[in-house]
Design a protein around this ligand. Structure first.
Ligand code: NAI
Length: 377
């Protein structure tokens, strides 16, 4: 199998998510990193790309230059990752899709529901892949949980409870630090702070494992540090199409919690629990039975979990390899084999609709509202 050509926009030196994409894309030898517009400062971006081994003529100063340069090449990139700040995702993803490139876009896919729907339409029209980096859904034991739910191993799901709460913005004396402040400033972050940043991972995970869609929700938002315009804490109750009850807490002021992403799924005949800080274990309790630990890499896992387990049992696999699983599924999809589970633009626009619905609900004292994008009602 020949390697695919890969390029990235954003993810420059010192960025948070850039290294996970570089490691993930190259982990399995399926992509070569050949092009990039890596930084909002053109010269820094070019210099960093050169240090990463990208040829000078493909170390671009900005994304428009990259689009023009790549369009004209026979060996153009097969996949472009958009890892820039949120407000830029829409125009970059749209432009590359319209010009026939496959795209992996960081979350949140867009700022508005209308933009999200536009991306879905453009991707459909172009026939190209637009995936969204809900990378937690690609951990092997999350795929195992989904496969167990699908196989009826915990019965019909009654309740899902999920948290994505950390304490890294809990220091009020650091609230004016520019790297923190923009996340709570509507001009930079959009309509939502913590829910759009972390809550949507948890909401996506609930839908993903339960294999069901969120239809309505009720939200309570709080800015516990008063100088913040946008919420730093949110509690969201939701319901899924199949009747599952959902509870979601997300916070950035939960001092003492580090990553704090976990999910519990309670069915009629059993329960499951997974936590991102112990990603190789899935905790399973059959009704009336003992709690068991299912380990990544052990025998008897569902195929979806087995194929994404890289190293043998008890050897840790972490975040970059979950991102690598997204890239493996993308490489397969580009080769024409669509893998179940790759989060697409539909997942991206569903998240945007949920974000805007939660903002409206919180402003209306938690009124229950339709959380679906208009195109899927
Ligand atoms: P960051 O601020 O650490 O880095 C952003 C990078 O993009 C910088 O290198 C900057 O120079 C570059 N950049 C900014 N504007 C650009 C432009 N117009 N063209 C080219 N490069 C540009 O941001 P971070 O935390 O890496 O987040 C980037 C995106 O990734 C965000 O949308 C964020 O929500 C998402 N993210 C996703 C995570 C996940 O788990 N899927 C985790 C962390 C971030």
């Amino acid at each position: 199998m020949s390697k695919l050509n890969w390029g990235m926009i954003g993810g420059g030196e010192g960025s948070q998510i850039g290294p996970a994409h570089r490691l993930g894309a190259q982990a399995d030898g399926r992509f070569s990193f050949v092009a990039g517009a890596l930084d909002h400062r053109p010269e820094e971006g070019r210099a960093y790309a050169a240090r990463l081994g990208i040829a000078a003529d493909r170390a671009y100063g900005d994304w428009t230059e990259m689009l023009t340069g790549e369009k004209g090449r026979d060996d153009r990139v097969d996949l472009v990752t958009v890892a820039t700040p949120n407000a830029t995702h829409f125009e970059i993803a749209k432009a590359f899709l319209e010009n026939g490139f496959n795209v992996l876009c960081e979350k949140p896919m867009t700022m508005t529901v209308e933009e999200g729907e536009e991306i879905v339409r453009v991707a459909q029209k172009s026939g190209k892949i637009c995936a969204v980096n809900y990378c937690y859904s690609a951990y092997p034991m999350v795929r195992q949980a989904r496969a167990m739910v699908r196989a009826g191993e915990i019965g019909k799901v009654r309740l899902v409870v999920t948290n994505f709460s950390h304490g890294h913005h809990g220091d009020a004396t650091d609230a004016d630090n520019p790297r923190v402040r923009w996340r709570y400033d509507p001009k930079m972050a959009g309509v939502s702070g913590q829910f759009a940043d972390c809550g949507i991972h948890a909401l996506h995970m609930a839908s993903f494992i339960c294999d069901d869609e969120v239809t309505k929700l009720s939200a309570d938002f709080a800015s516990t540090i008063p100088s913040r315009e946008l919420e730093d804490d949110a509690m969201v109750n939701f319901r899924m199409a199949g009747g599952t009850v959902g509870r979601l807490w997300t916070s950035s002021v939960a001092i003492g919690r580090q990553h704090g992403f976990d999910i519990q799924i309670f069915g009629e005949t059993g329960g499951l629990r997974w936590a991102s800080e112990q990603p190789n274990q899935l905790i399973y309790t059959p009704v009336g039975g003992r709690t068991q630990i299912i380990e990544k890499g052990e025998g008897g896992l569902h195929e979806d979990a087995q194929r994404l387990s890289r190293v043998s049992i008890a050897h840790p696999e972490g975040f970059p390899l979950a991102v690598a699983n997204i890239y493996c599924d993308l490489a397969d999809a580009i080769a024409g084999e669509i893998r179940d589970g790759l989060p697409g633009a539909e997942a991206g626009v569903r998240s945007m609709a949920a974000v805007h619905c939660a903002v409206a609900s919180a402003k209306d004292n938690g009124a229950w509202m339709d959380a679906r994008p208009p195109m899927f009602r």
